[in-house]
Design a protein around this ligand. Structure first.
Ligand SMILES: C[S@@+](CC[C@H](N)C(=O)[O-])C[C@H]1O[C@@H](n2cnc3c(N)ncnc32)[C@H](O)[C@@H]1O
Length: 208
């Protein structure tokens, strides 16, 4: 991990990432469940933090015709290159930026929806906190933040498969789901909380 987080590159980036993610239970049905049901305004502006190869934003744009643009940020050029290629199949415009999620170069109140999937835990504690501050800044009032992260695993094959990985790095925010408090501190109140599999927890916050 560098000072901003783990950059997924080489074997772990691009098409290789997608293959591994699929094996680890993050295939199309994962991204569908991660999006869940959202009430989007017409012309919705979407931001994906730690977008990786863009799978979440692409699934979202395919499902909701109301989306006018999706932007994704990641610190890995390998991931962003593959995301750009994949997004060419989708009619909705996509833009990808190499930038850390705690230093967003977007004006205040730009987005209707910010999403993030399995990326916060790849960053150091200070970056996670900075990212949640940034989410609150760039979201419009009434905008939603969809946060998917692993949390204390429930029983099930997937939970068991992941268990060894959960003991690397600083996992306390995830295990104890500190994200709910961190979001609340930034004016984001939780409207939804559920597991989408034995490990991945989907929480939806609204900026009041
Ligand atoms: C496990 S992958 C998840 C990718 C994608 N969100 C998904 O669900 O498939 C974590 C991603 O976070 C990126 N990342 C790590 N630290 C970051 C940071 N500080 N800012 C933005 N992206 C970061 C990595 O390069 C990697 O692509």
């Amino acid at each position: 991990m560098n000072e901003k987080g783990t950059e997924f590159r080489g074997f772990f980036g691009g098409a290789g990432y997608d293959r591994l993610a699929n094996v680890m239970g993050m295939g199309p049905s994962y991204y569908d469940a991660a999006i869940g049901e959202l009430n989007l305004p017409e012309g919705a502006e979407v931001l994906d933090l730690g977008c990786g190869t863009g799978s979440l934003g692409i699934a979202l744009a395919k499902r909701y015709g109301a989306v006018s643009q999706v932007r994704g940020v990641d610190i890995s050029d390998d991931q962003l290159r593959h995301a750009r290629n994949k997004s060419e199949e989708v009619s909705c415009p996509f833009s990808f930026y190499n930038c850390s999620m705690d230093e967003l170069d977007f004006p205040d109140s730009t987005f209707d929806v910010v999403v993030t999937s399995m990326a916060l835990h790849e960053t150091p504690s200070a970056v996670r906190r900075g990212a949640i501050r940034e989410v609150s800044r760039v979201l419009k009032t009434g905008g939603v933040f969809v946060l998917i992260e692993w949390s204390r695993p429930r029983f099930g094959l997937l939970g068991m498969l992941w268990l060894p990985f959960l003991f690397f790095g600083d996992w306390r925010d995830n295990w104890n789901n500190r994200y709910a408090e961190l979001c609340l501190e930034q004016g984001l109140s939780r409207e939804h909380d559920s597991y989408i599999n034995s490990l991945a927890r989907r929480q939806v916050f609204v900026k009041k």
